[in-house]
Write a protein that binds this ligand. Structure first.
Ligand code: NIG
Ligand code: FE
Length: 431
């Protein structure tokens, strides 16, 4: 018998404790594995110093642990408990909003036409450059509060609205400060190759060189990012330009991500496979060769159905084919002012099910465990297992399948981050 352990958080009575525990291999889930949620009925877990120490039935865990004086007891009776969402793709450090573009699209303009007329990313670059660092931090903190209240406990954030050395460093410094100042864990990604800035419009080669030869080394030297991303797309960066940036990033020790095949099939997915990227994102226009190449190279597909929805596109990424072919799928909001203005992973789960025909189980695995692998944290979070960060949600439902079904509201009752109750009854707890 192992001795009784003193813990500082004890969650008991979950009607369904959705653990997503792994079966051996520390790798993302693929194929049928995406439907295996490892549900424990009348489940419980206990945490100490921010990490999970016991997971099992309420009866087992209650026997194995003792709650320290002042510890937190969470009664999850009759409810569903899941890992916290990992939002694996956002552009959450930005200033201003672009509702006029949303309206223009409803009247028939396309995302690319608006961008070509000086709107789009470039308009958010103007707003970013005009904002003070304090302002940027303040609006991003409010955004992170909303994300946390909606159940995201880890959030990847890309730079990419600065597009000069100083402004890109500023974006990543803000991301780092957010990580320290907010319970959500922030994963910083450098996306200097998000767009060609106005001042380089006629000198694109120079801008690519600036990103690859100056920005990447400086970001790496200052340890401001874990990943480097590129918007590889017709009219933005070509495959050759994307490769130049990503090869430099790899040489400087950054993990690789790529915005690929969003509007056109331009070769970004194959590039991700060739360079061994951690993830490729969007992927509306991939074909089966791309899917097979990514699968063989161990690339995670990060799908962003909020973009198709918000842009009013009828096309979504082929999630079913990906799952059938064994490519691990993750989901994310893509929270940004242009193509997906939402903080809600719950909404994304609904869209993934309705529009991409994922099951509730697959969508849940894609938003937690697989999303954690997509940001390099597969061994740290995304499942309820001993040793992992105690990041969990108590959902206001009896069956996890209510998650996509009950939409347009928040189903999150409590949020636990690193073993602490940070959202209680839907509201942020400030300590
Ligand atoms: O992921 N695709 C490129 N970047 C964002 C859009 C950013 C913006 O429009 O501001 C995206 O969709
Ligand atoms: Fe994006």
């Amino acid at each position: 018998m192992s001795p009784i352990e003193t813990v500082d958080l004890l969650v008991t009575g979950a009607r369904q404790l959705v653990t997503l525990r792994g079966e051996g291999e520390p790798s993302p889930r693929a194929g049928r594995g995406m439907s295996e949620l490892g549900i424990i009925r009348d489940g419980a877990f206990a945490a100490k110093d921010g990490r999970i120490v016991r997971v099992g039935s309420t009866e087992e865990v209650s026997r194995q642990v003792r709650l320290a004086p002042g510890g937190e007891a969470v009664d999850a009776s009759g409810r569903v408990v899941t890992p916290g969402f990992v939002d694996a793709h956002t552009h959450a450090v930005f200033e201003g909003s672009r509702p006029q573009e949303f309206e223009a699209r409803l009247q028939g303009s396309s995302y690319q036409e608006i961008a070509a007329q000086g709107g789009g990313i470039r308009s958010s670059v103007r707003a970013f450059r005009a904002a003070t660092t304090e302002q940027l931090k303040e609006t991003a903190l409010e955004r992170l509060d909303r994300m946390l209240e909606l159940g995201s406990t880890t959030v990847e954030i890309k730079s990419g609205y600065g597009l000069s050395l100083d402004d890109e460093l500023r974006a990543l410094e803000v991301a780092r400060e957010l990580d320290g100042a907010h319970p959500v864990d922030v994963i910083p990604t450098f996306l200097g190759a998000h767009e060609i800035p106005e001042e380089f419009a006629s000198r694109r080669d120079e801008y690519v060189a600036l990103v690859a030869e100056e920005m990447v080394p400086e970001v790496s030297r200052r340890e401001l990012a874990l990943f480097c991303d590129v918007f590889c797309e017709e009219g933005v960066f070509t495959v050759e330009e994307s490769e130049r940036v990503l090869v430099s990033a790899k040489r400087h020790g950054l993990g690789l991500k790529i915005h690929a095949e969003e509007f056109t099939r331009s070769g970004g997915a194959a590039l991700a496979a060739r360079l061994g990227a951690t993830s490729a994102e969007h992927l509306l226009e991939v074909n089966e060769d791309d899917i097979a190449a990514m699968r063989e190279a161990g690339v995670v597909a990060v799908l962003l159905p909020g973009v198709s929805f918000s842009l009013g596109l009828s096309k979504y990424a082929p999630a079913r084919t990906m799952i059938e072919m064994g490519l691990p799928v993750a989901l994310a909001t893509d929270c940004n002012p242009g193509s997906s203005m939402t903080e809600s992973m719950q909404m994304i789960v609904t869209l993934a099910c309705v529009e991409m025909r994922m099951t509730a189980a697959e969508a849940l695995a894609a938003s937690t465990s697989n999303a954690a692998f997509a940001v390099g944290l597969g061994m740290e979070c995304g499942s309820l297992e001993a040793g992992k960060r105690a990041d969990a949600l108590v959902l206001n439902m009896e069956d996890y399948r209510e998650l996509p079904y009950h939409y347009g509201v928040s189903n999150v009752q409590h949020v636990i981050k690193n073993g602490r109750l940070v959202v209680r009854s839907g509201l942020r707890v400030r300590s």
